[in-house]
Design a protein around this ligand. Sequence first.
Ligand code: 5MM
Length: 341
Amino acid sequence: MNLADLNKVAVAMTAPGKGILAADESTGTIKKRFDAIATENTEDNRRDYREMMFRTAEAMKNHISGVILYDETIWQKAKDGTPLVDIIKAAGSIPGIKVDEGVKPLPNCPGEVVTVGLDKLADRLTKYYDAGARFAKWRAVIDIGQGMPTFSCIHANAHALARYAALCQAANIVPIVEPEVLMDGAHDIDRCVDVTVRVLKETFQELYYNRVALEGIVLKPNMAISGKKCAKQASVEEVAEKTVKMLKECVPAAVPGIAFLSGGQSDEAATAHLDAMNRIGNLPWALTFSYGRALQAAPQKAWSGRSENVAAAQRAFMHRAKMNSLAALGQWKADMEKKAA
Ligand code: 5MM
């Protein structure tokens, strides 16, 4: 492990006004997205769609620090034969790779899951490094419900995240550590905070036990937010205040940057929340985005699987990338959205 190099990459991933594009949907997840825009889930369509985003040069250069790829995409070539990884690098962005292999039911914990993929991970990381990946991602999924999450679920997932992170650093790859507490359900924001604190504390404990260097990771957490079905939805200010307070309690200042997931928030809510947090200021780490849906919903709709829509889709992608980039600086305003509409 070269900690100076890892730190340099982690700092670049969360550089001021830049954030990460999570384009690592597995084949099943991208099918759901394509179904919504009546587009067939073929390898060519997946390539054309992702190529459209990676070739939005201005967005990639100015707003997107890194791209999380799926295994298929890291080996894929654009229509003209250029490897997609080279297009990302030429735009000045860093290629990354999702290395978890999804979730499996956790024995003795009905309804709960644990993320898998540690077997042979060291070998896979070497291949991904050679293919150009300088960071990786592993997502743990924690659900809130009656009697959930159990300690077993939190612990199993935190341990797997830490094992993954240690293997990444040994391969000179920065691990994005993503313990996601889902926003599905009717719980209120305080229950989300309570669970997320437990999850983050356990995650950092396991990172410590596994000797992971915090200077060489990026944390990808959920925000403190009301469950989707909760009758009382917290305001933007409450989300920002409670998220920052929660993170200050749990995330050591040695971590260079935190890049949030959007988790099913609307595009504008994900932007507004990030902006409000950065306006609080005086934070020990950079706070930015690593959004999947909140960056891609608009360009996906504009593209709708048709080559004649590529320019419109790129404009939509550029707009969301720019709005989130401003939010990462605490400089976004709601009327910037209206002007663009
Ligand atoms: C882009 O979606 C990612 C991959 O999901 P699957 O493994 O389920 O196919 C996902 O891990 C994503 O990187 C994060 O959840 C953040 O995305 P959102 O949409 O929550 O911002």
